[in-house]
Write a protein of this length. Structure first.
Length: 486
């Protein structure tokens, strides 16, 4: 038997049900509650907040060390209003940290982000000569697009064949599971912030003393792990009167006035009534939940939208620190991992004193060979990959823990725009339904982008309870210019 989850108050404010307690959903809930525009209720199927941007602990002898779902940073390009709000919520726990990573190119380790000294002393000579030759060719030849564009053609034209061949071509295959030529040009424009040699040079020069741009070479990171951002947002939203329901799985969304959201919670089916449904879950999932059922062509379009999965392999090592670097990147095709990060180095923690953890990222597909491997097998795979790249683990591995993310990266394959646009057009036509956030808009965005979407959605909800679609469309045009920062 179903029961209704009651509203917390008896006001005439509209009620907004938010699907998903990631940064986008929590940011929207907090803004709705503190502005007084609406009642907010967040429906989250997991027992924690943050989604893929959350943090967790694995117990044992790690002294409460928070671990993230991969490598996450809050970038200085975060909108000033949002950054000010996060500073207000986190206080001194929002640390200002230097970027200190490395990337492996042709067997050489180069600082990442690239430093001026690396251009002179550490770049492999063959790579440096190749980049220089590509630069000369760009000066004497036309660089305009020629015919149909792809991720490969855009980056090879703008960055040159050397950078494309040695870095982006193998890295694309590892991350997205398809050849670079099969990816849409949009993947290049949205995913590569230094999309030309000139932009790349400017990024390097921005780190030179005297020329250094504000925030260049730095990032913000919470003392208690990246998930502390979502935890702080959740606490602030609750303090303003928002509800956040955990272990609440959405089963059906019955469109009407009000919408009736059928959820499974506490072993029973319950109903949530809402004037608006704001969805931050994958838009492909939303299309399967709505009733009356989405048209057949919408469901078909959703089946053609693909996500890349990720296995995160955490190695607990019996030593205080593995390296001084926060992250290592592996574009090489022969190394299975794409990146490793060391959580203690992100927040400069010195505890536990005799333990550290490596988070190894292994892109894959759901239910492929790697997805089905045991934790022990994945631990061996990660260890062998590190040995192969010149980073052997010398200390005992005390524990291996894995986390599997089914929707880690959207895959912008050639022609995906047609399928996404059909889904997006359908969702936009639903009364009082809004989809946004990284998963909701099939966008490979950073956390500060997801929060910008949340703030924008609340800005479009008027005090009268109506939603300004024209303003939202303006925001959507702005979202389309977002470029991911590594």
């Amino acid at each position: 038997m179903s029961s209704e989850i009651q509203s917390q108050s008896k006001t005439a404010k509209p009620r907004v049900a938010i699907l998903g307690a990631g940064p986008a959903g929590l940011g929207a809930a907090w803004q709705l509650a503190r502005s007084g525009k609406a009642e907010a209720i967040v429906l989250e199927q997991r027992g924690d907040v943050g989604g893929n941007s959350g943090s967790f602990t694995i117990g044992g002898e790690l002294d409460g060390l928070p671990l993230d779902y991969g490598s996450h940073r809050l970038h200085p390009s975060c909108h000033p209003e949002i950054l000010a709000d996060l500073r207000g919520l986190l206080g001194d726990d929002l640390l200002d940290r230097p970027r200190h990573g490395r990337i492996r190119l042709r067997g050489h380790w180069i600082h990442f982000p690239l430093k001026p000294v690396d251009l002179v002393l550490r770049l492999p000579k063959s790579f440096a000569f190749g980049v220089a030759a590509d630069s000369v060719r760009k000066l004497v030849a036309s660089s305009s697009a020629n015919g149909h564009e792809s991720f490969a053609s855009v980056l090879e034209r703008n960055l040159g064949s050397t950078i494309f061949r040695d870095f982006y071509h193998p890295y694309a295959k590892k991350i997205w599971g398809v050849e670079a030529e099969q990816l849409s040009a949009i993947q290049a424009y949205r995913r590569v912030s230094a999309g030309s040699l000139m932009k790349m040079v400017k990024k390097v020069l921005a780190l030179v003393p005297g020329l250094k741009a504000p925030g260049a070479g730095r990032f913000f990171y919470p003392r208690e792990g990246f998930g502390q951002i979502s935890q702080a947002l959740a606490a602030a939203a609750r303090n303003e009167g928002a509800q956040i329901l955990h272990h609440t799985a959405v089963k059906k969304i019955h469109l009407g006035t009000p919408h009736q959201i059928e959820v499974e919670r506490d072993g029973s089916t319950q109903l949530v009534l809402a004037d608006y449904v704001w969805s931050t879950i994958p838009i492909t999932t939303l299309a399967k939940l709505v009733t009356p059922q989405a048209p057949a062509d919408v469901i078909a379009a959703g089946s053609k939208i693909k996500y890349r999965a990720m296995i995160l392999i955490y190695l607990v090592i019996a030593q205080p620190q593995f390296t001084e670097f926060d992250a290592h990147y592996f574009p090489d095709a022969e190394v299975a991992l794409t990146r490793i990060s060391e959580p203690k180095n992100y927040s400069a923690r010195n505890k536990p004193k005799d333990r550290t953890v490596l988070c190894c990222e292994l892109p894959c597909d759901v239910d492929d060979e790697n997805w089905r491997r045991t934790d022990e097998e994945l631990g061996q795979l990660a260890k062998q990959a590190l040995e192969q790249s010149g980073l052997p683990i010398q200390a005992p591995i005390l524990q291996v823990v894995t986390k599997r993310l089914s929707h880690a990266y959207p895959i912008y394959q050639q022609g995906y725009e047609t399928h996404f646009n059909r889904l997006d057009e359908w969702a936009a036509g639903l009364e009082r339904i809004l989809t946004f956030g990284r998963q909701g808009l099939f966008a490979h965005d950073n956390t500060h982008h997801a929060l910008a979407m949340a703030y924008a959605a609340v800005d479009c909800l008027n005090g009268s309870g109506s939603f300004d679609l024209a303003r939202w469309n303006d925001y959507r045009a702005e979202f389309a210019t977002h470029t991911v920062e590594d």
